[in-house]
Design a protein around this ligand. Sequence first.
Ligand SMILES: [Zn+2]
Length: 264
Amino acid sequence: MPEPNLSSPFYQSLQRALLLRNTTLSAICPNDDSVARRVLHDYGAMFVGSENILPPPLCVFSSEEQVSEFQDAAGVGSATIGDETIELQPAAMDALLKARAQAKTEGLDITPRDGAEAARRSYADTVRLWSSRFLPALDHWTNVGRLTAGEANRLRALPVHKQVPEVLELEKEGIFFSKDLSKSVLYSIAAPGTSQHIAMLAFDANEFLNARVREIMSEHGWFQTVLSDLPHFTFLGLTEEELPRRGLKPVEVNSKQFWIPDVG
Ligand SMILES: [Zn+2]
Protein backbone atom coordinates (compact mmCIF):
# COMPACT_ATOMS: atom_id res chain seq x y z
CA MET A 1 0.00 0.00 0.00
CA PRO A 2 1.47 3.40 -0.95
CA GLU A 3 2.21 5.78 1.91
CA PRO A 4 -0.36 8.57 2.19
CA ASN A 5 0.90 11.95 1.06
CA LEU A 6 0.73 13.80 4.36
CA SER A 7 1.58 17.11 2.73
CA SER A 8 -1.39 16.91 0.35
CA PRO A 9 -4.19 19.46 0.95
CA PHE A 10 -6.56 16.87 2.41
CA TYR A 11 -4.09 15.37 4.89
CA GLN A 12 -2.95 18.85 5.95
CA SER A 13 -6.53 19.90 6.62
CA LEU A 14 -7.37 16.59 8.30
CA GLN A 15 -4.40 16.84 10.65
CA ARG A 16 -5.48 20.37 11.67
CA ALA A 17 -9.05 19.14 12.29
CA LEU A 18 -7.87 16.13 14.32
CA LEU A 19 -5.54 18.26 16.42
CA LEU A 20 -8.51 20.44 17.41
CA ARG A 21 -10.27 17.28 18.56
CA ASN A 22 -7.21 16.00 20.44
CA THR A 23 -6.83 12.97 18.24
CA THR A 24 -4.45 11.80 15.52
CA LEU A 25 -4.55 10.20 12.12
CA SER A 26 -3.15 6.90 13.36
CA ALA A 27 -5.72 6.84 16.18
CA ILE A 28 -8.73 7.16 13.87
CA CYS A 29 -7.33 5.29 10.87
CA PRO A 30 -4.42 2.92 11.54
CA ASN A 31 -1.68 3.13 8.92
CA ASP A 32 -1.48 -0.60 8.31
CA ASP A 33 -5.24 -0.94 7.77
CA SER A 34 -5.77 -0.78 3.99
CA VAL A 35 -9.56 -0.72 4.29
CA ALA A 36 -9.50 2.20 6.72
CA ARG A 37 -7.17 4.16 4.45
CA ARG A 38 -9.29 3.43 1.39
CA VAL A 39 -12.38 4.56 3.30
CA LEU A 40 -10.64 7.77 4.30
CA HIS A 41 -9.86 8.58 0.67
CA ASP A 42 -13.28 7.62 -0.65
CA TYR A 43 -15.55 9.03 2.09
CA GLY A 44 -13.21 11.30 4.04
CA ALA A 45 -14.84 14.66 3.29
CA MET A 46 -16.94 14.44 6.45
CA PHE A 47 -13.78 14.53 8.59
CA VAL A 48 -12.95 18.07 7.41
CA GLY A 49 -16.44 19.59 7.68
CA SER A 50 -17.67 22.44 9.86
CA GLU A 51 -17.10 22.58 13.60
CA ASN A 52 -20.90 22.26 14.04
CA ILE A 53 -20.81 18.58 13.23
CA LEU A 54 -19.19 15.65 14.97
CA PRO A 55 -17.19 13.39 12.66
CA PRO A 56 -16.73 9.74 13.65
CA PRO A 57 -13.85 8.94 16.02
CA LEU A 58 -12.86 6.05 13.73
CA CYS A 59 -12.63 5.44 9.99
CA VAL A 60 -14.17 1.99 10.51
CA PHE A 61 -16.56 1.11 13.33
CA SER A 62 -16.43 -2.54 14.31
CA SER A 63 -19.51 -2.95 16.53
CA GLU A 64 -23.03 -1.67 17.14
CA GLU A 65 -21.90 -0.54 20.58
CA GLN A 66 -19.27 1.82 19.15
CA VAL A 67 -21.79 3.22 16.67
CA SER A 68 -24.47 3.83 19.32
CA GLU A 69 -22.01 5.56 21.59
CA PHE A 70 -20.91 7.88 18.78
CA GLN A 71 -24.49 8.58 17.60
CA ASP A 72 -25.56 9.43 21.17
CA ALA A 73 -22.63 11.83 21.48
CA ALA A 74 -23.45 13.51 18.15
CA GLY A 75 -27.14 13.95 19.02
CA VAL A 76 -29.99 13.03 16.71
CA GLY A 77 -32.49 15.32 14.98
CA SER A 78 -35.51 13.68 13.40
CA ALA A 79 -38.11 14.83 10.88
CA THR A 80 -40.93 13.31 8.89
CA ILE A 81 -40.85 13.86 5.15
CA GLY A 82 -43.83 12.36 3.37
CA ASP A 83 -44.41 9.05 5.13
CA GLU A 84 -40.82 8.58 6.23
CA THR A 85 -39.14 9.57 9.48
CA ILE A 86 -35.47 10.24 8.98
CA GLU A 87 -32.70 11.05 11.45
CA LEU A 88 -29.51 13.10 11.11
CA GLN A 89 -27.12 15.10 13.26
CA PRO A 90 -29.02 18.22 14.41
CA ALA A 91 -27.09 20.73 12.25
CA ALA A 92 -27.47 18.48 9.22
CA MET A 93 -31.23 18.08 9.77
CA ASP A 94 -31.70 21.80 10.26
CA ALA A 95 -29.92 22.55 6.98
CA LEU A 96 -31.80 19.81 5.11
CA LEU A 97 -35.18 21.16 6.21
CA LYS A 98 -34.16 24.67 5.16
CA ALA A 99 -33.03 23.35 1.78
CA ARG A 100 -36.33 21.54 1.38
CA ALA A 101 -38.31 24.67 2.30
CA GLN A 102 -36.34 26.61 -0.34
CA ALA A 103 -37.01 23.88 -2.91
CA LYS A 104 -40.74 24.06 -2.15
CA THR A 105 -40.83 27.81 -2.86
CA GLU A 106 -39.54 26.97 -6.34
CA GLY A 107 -42.06 24.21 -7.00
CA LEU A 108 -39.47 21.49 -6.28
CA ASP A 109 -39.05 18.96 -3.47
CA ILE A 110 -36.29 17.06 -1.68
CA THR A 111 -37.35 13.63 -0.45
CA PRO A 112 -35.65 10.55 1.05
CA ARG A 113 -34.72 7.72 -1.32
CA ASP A 114 -35.57 4.23 -0.01
CA GLY A 115 -37.24 5.44 3.18
CA ALA A 116 -35.56 5.88 6.55
CA GLU A 117 -32.37 4.30 5.21
CA ALA A 118 -31.79 7.53 3.23
CA ALA A 119 -30.33 9.11 6.37
CA ARG A 120 -29.19 7.53 9.68
CA ARG A 121 -28.07 3.91 9.55
CA SER A 122 -27.00 1.54 12.31
CA TYR A 123 -24.01 -0.77 12.23
CA ALA A 124 -26.38 -3.66 11.48
CA ASP A 125 -27.84 -1.75 8.51
CA THR A 126 -24.38 -1.44 6.97
CA VAL A 127 -23.66 -5.15 7.53
CA ARG A 128 -26.97 -6.10 5.91
CA LEU A 129 -26.30 -3.84 2.90
CA TRP A 130 -22.82 -5.32 2.57
CA SER A 131 -24.20 -8.86 2.49
CA SER A 132 -26.81 -7.83 -0.09
CA ARG A 133 -23.93 -7.17 -2.51
CA PHE A 134 -21.31 -9.61 -1.25
CA LEU A 135 -23.38 -12.83 -1.24
CA PRO A 136 -24.97 -12.58 -4.73
CA ALA A 137 -21.61 -11.54 -6.22
CA LEU A 138 -19.92 -14.59 -4.65
CA ASP A 139 -22.57 -16.82 -6.23
CA HIS A 140 -22.09 -15.14 -9.60
CA TRP A 141 -18.30 -15.44 -9.66
CA THR A 142 -18.54 -19.06 -8.53
CA ASN A 143 -21.08 -19.84 -11.28
CA VAL A 144 -18.87 -18.34 -13.99
CA GLY A 145 -15.82 -20.19 -12.70
CA ARG A 146 -13.74 -17.25 -11.45
CA LEU A 147 -13.95 -18.54 -7.85
CA THR A 148 -14.03 -22.12 -6.63
CA ALA A 149 -16.86 -23.27 -4.38
CA GLY A 150 -14.28 -23.85 -1.65
CA GLU A 151 -12.95 -20.30 -1.94
CA ALA A 152 -16.49 -18.87 -1.86
CA ASN A 153 -17.30 -20.92 1.24
CA ARG A 154 -14.15 -19.72 2.95
CA LEU A 155 -15.05 -16.07 2.22
CA ARG A 156 -18.66 -16.54 3.34
CA ALA A 157 -17.49 -17.95 6.68
CA LEU A 158 -15.19 -15.01 7.48
CA PRO A 159 -16.28 -12.33 9.95
CA VAL A 160 -17.59 -9.38 7.99
CA HIS A 161 -14.64 -7.05 8.68
CA LYS A 162 -12.31 -9.70 7.24
CA GLN A 163 -14.44 -10.07 4.11
CA VAL A 164 -13.79 -6.47 3.10
CA PRO A 165 -10.00 -6.60 2.49
CA GLU A 166 -10.42 -9.93 0.65
CA VAL A 167 -13.05 -8.39 -1.63
CA LEU A 168 -10.82 -5.39 -2.38
CA GLU A 169 -8.02 -7.81 -3.35
CA LEU A 170 -10.33 -9.76 -5.69
CA GLU A 171 -11.51 -6.51 -7.25
CA LYS A 172 -7.91 -5.80 -8.32
CA GLU A 173 -8.32 -8.84 -10.60
CA GLY A 174 -11.62 -7.62 -12.05
CA ILE A 175 -13.81 -9.75 -9.77
CA PHE A 176 -16.14 -6.90 -8.81
CA PHE A 177 -18.77 -6.92 -6.09
CA SER A 178 -21.00 -3.93 -6.92
CA LYS A 179 -24.65 -4.65 -7.70
CA ASP A 180 -23.99 -4.76 -11.46
CA LEU A 181 -20.61 -6.51 -10.93
CA SER A 182 -18.84 -3.90 -13.09
CA LYS A 183 -17.10 -1.77 -10.46
CA SER A 184 -15.85 -1.76 -6.91
CA VAL A 185 -18.44 -2.57 -4.27
CA LEU A 186 -17.40 0.61 -2.48
CA TYR A 187 -18.95 2.64 -5.30
CA SER A 188 -22.18 0.82 -4.68
CA ILE A 189 -22.34 0.66 -0.87
CA ALA A 190 -20.00 1.40 2.00
CA ALA A 191 -17.95 -1.24 3.75
CA PRO A 192 -19.59 -2.34 7.04
CA GLY A 193 -19.07 0.20 9.78
CA THR A 194 -17.83 2.96 7.49
CA SER A 195 -20.79 4.79 6.03
CA GLN A 196 -21.35 8.54 6.16
CA HIS A 197 -24.89 7.41 7.01
CA ILE A 198 -23.57 5.94 10.26
CA ALA A 199 -22.10 9.38 10.92
CA MET A 200 -25.63 10.78 10.34
CA LEU A 201 -24.10 13.24 7.89
CA ALA A 202 -25.48 11.72 4.68
CA PHE A 203 -28.80 11.94 2.90
CA ASP A 204 -29.86 10.12 -0.27
CA ALA A 205 -32.28 12.27 -2.25
CA ASN A 206 -34.73 11.13 -4.91
CA GLU A 207 -34.29 14.42 -6.79
CA PHE A 208 -30.50 14.17 -7.33
CA LEU A 209 -30.84 14.50 -11.12
CA ASN A 210 -32.31 17.98 -10.79
CA ALA A 211 -29.52 20.56 -11.17
CA ARG A 212 -31.37 23.22 -9.19
CA VAL A 213 -31.97 20.76 -6.32
CA ARG A 214 -28.24 20.02 -6.22
CA GLU A 215 -27.56 23.76 -6.17
CA ILE A 216 -30.02 24.33 -3.31
CA MET A 217 -28.44 21.49 -1.35
CA SER A 218 -24.97 23.01 -1.79
CA GLU A 219 -26.26 26.44 -0.75
CA HIS A 220 -27.23 24.76 2.53
CA GLY A 221 -23.93 22.97 3.14
CA TRP A 222 -24.84 19.66 1.47
CA PHE A 223 -22.40 18.48 -1.21
CA GLN A 224 -21.80 15.38 -3.30
CA THR A 225 -18.52 13.98 -1.96
CA VAL A 226 -18.56 10.31 -2.97
CA LEU A 227 -17.74 9.77 -6.66
CA SER A 228 -20.27 7.59 -8.49
CA ASP A 229 -22.81 7.61 -5.66
CA LEU A 230 -25.22 9.98 -7.35
CA PRO A 231 -28.18 10.23 -4.93
CA HIS A 232 -25.81 10.64 -1.97
CA PHE A 233 -25.24 14.05 -0.36
CA THR A 234 -22.88 14.79 2.53
CA PHE A 235 -23.45 17.50 5.10
CA LEU A 236 -20.28 19.56 5.52
CA GLY A 237 -21.91 22.72 6.89
CA LEU A 238 -19.57 24.90 4.83
CA THR A 239 -19.93 27.22 1.85
CA GLU A 240 -18.56 26.07 -1.47
CA GLU A 241 -15.80 28.73 -1.28
CA GLU A 242 -14.49 27.16 1.93
CA LEU A 243 -14.09 23.65 0.51
CA PRO A 244 -10.65 23.98 -1.16
CA ARG A 245 -9.15 25.27 2.08
CA ARG A 246 -10.50 22.13 3.76
CA GLY A 247 -8.51 19.99 1.36
CA LEU A 248 -11.36 19.08 -0.97
CA LYS A 249 -11.12 19.41 -4.74
CA PRO A 250 -13.88 19.73 -7.32
CA VAL A 251 -14.27 16.92 -9.84
CA GLU A 252 -16.90 17.01 -12.55
CA VAL A 253 -18.47 13.74 -13.65
CA ASN A 254 -21.30 13.75 -16.19
CA SER A 255 -21.76 17.48 -15.56
CA LYS A 256 -22.23 16.90 -11.83
CA GLN A 257 -19.83 18.48 -9.38
CA PHE A 258 -18.26 16.33 -6.67
CA TRP A 259 -15.97 17.56 -3.87
CA ILE A 260 -13.50 14.84 -2.93
CA PRO A 261 -10.41 14.62 -0.72
CA ASP A 262 -7.36 16.05 -2.51
CA VAL A 263 -4.87 13.36 -1.47
CA GLY A 264 -2.46 13.80 -4.41
ZN1 LIG B 1 -25.97 7.44 0.69
